[in-house]
Design a protein around this ligand. Sequence first.
Ligand SMILES: Nc1ncnc2c1ncn2[C@@H]1O[C@H](COP(=O)(O)OP(=O)(O)OP(=O)(O)O)[C@@H](O)[C@H]1O
Length: 345
Amino acid sequence: MSIELKNLSKKYNDKYAVKNLDLNIEDGKITVLIGPSGCGKTTTLKLINRLIERTSGDILFDGISIDNIDKIQLRRKIGYVIQEIGLFPHYNVFDNIAVVPKLLGWNKKKIKNRVKELINLINLKYDEVINKYPMELSGGQRQRIGVARALAADPKILLMDEPFGAIDPINREVLQDVFLEIQNKLKKTIVFVTHDIREAIKLADKIAIFNNGELVQYNSTLNIIKKPKNEFVKELLGKNAELNFLEFVKAEKVIVNDYKIIKSFNEIKVDKKSCYIVFNEKYEGFLTESDIKNNNYYLRKEYINYNDSVLEGLNIMFKRNIHYLPVLRDGRVIGILKYDSILEE
Ligand SMILES: Nc1ncnc2c1ncn2[C@@H]1O[C@H](COP(=O)(O)OP(=O)(O)OP(=O)(O)O)[C@@H](O)[C@H]1O
C-alpha cells in the first residue's frame, strides 16, 4: 500500500514539528526517515497512524485521503513498533502476540496457527519462548516479539520508530538481518525511523533526510550517497558513506542481469553477454566473455549468496581477479555482481 504525504504540516502552538512535507512512500519498500533529534520523524509516523491530527495538508493511502478512511480500519492496516516495545508485562509471549487477533475476534485455532507462524518468522523457538513473560526475555527477543505482535493481523504497513535503538550493537546487527529476511518474504510498506546512518544505509530502499521539520533530501540510498544535496546531508552521511554502503548493503540490492544461463557450452553464442552461468540442477560455475575469447573453458566456481554484503563480493572479485560474480538465493542464480556497475543506478 503506498502512502503519499502532501504538503503535510503539524504545528504545536506556533512551532512547526513537520512543515510542508511532500513524500511518496512506495508500496512494498523500506523508507527510512533520518535526521537529528527533534526534526519531526516521530511526528510524521504519528500523523500517518492518526495518533495525532495534522494541522494542514493531506495523507493518502493508495490514493485515498485519510479523512475518508475509518480510523479503526486504518489502524488495522498499520502495525506499529517502538523502541521500548511496550509489551504487556503481565501477558506471556503468546498473549502479547495475540492481542490484535483476539480483538478482531479470530477463533482460537486461527490465533494459535498465526502465533506459531510469526514465532517461526522471527526465528525463535515456539516451545522455548511461548510461555515466558517479557522480563524473562533478552532485549533482542523482546524486540522480535514486538515485531511479531505488529505483524499479527497482517497489516499492509509497518511503522517502526527506532525499533532496535536500545539493543546492543551485536544483537542489533542480528535483528537487522532477521528484519531484512522478513521483509524479503512479506514485502510490507515500511516506514522506519532511525538516528543511525549505518542502519539507514543497511535497511533502506529509500532514505528521507529531515532537518527542523522539513524534508532535505529523498532518494534511493545510493543516489543520496552519490549526490548529497548539501553540507548537512554530507555531514549526516559521514566520511565513510560509500564504504558503509559496500559493507552493509546486501548483494541482491545491486545485481544486474547481464548474464545468460546455459546447460552446456554449446549454448554459448557471441551475444555480448558479459557472463555465462552453467546451471543444470544446480549452479556449476561461470565463464566470462574474456574466458570465451581466450578459449579458456575452465569453469569458475565462485559465487556469493544474496544476503552477503557487497563488500564480501568485492573481496572475492579482488582475490580472484574477476569482474563478475554470480549471486545465488536458495541455490538459484538471481543475478550477477558486476564490478563496474556496483555504484551505479
Ligand atoms: N506533544 C507535543 N507538544 C509540543 N511539541 C511537541 C510535541 N511532540 C513533539 N513536539 C515537538 O515537535 C518537534 C518534532 O518532534 P519529533 O518527536 O517528531 O522529533 P524526532 O525527529 O522524532 O526526534 P527524536 O529523534 O528525538 O525522537 C520537536 O521540536 C518536539 O519538541
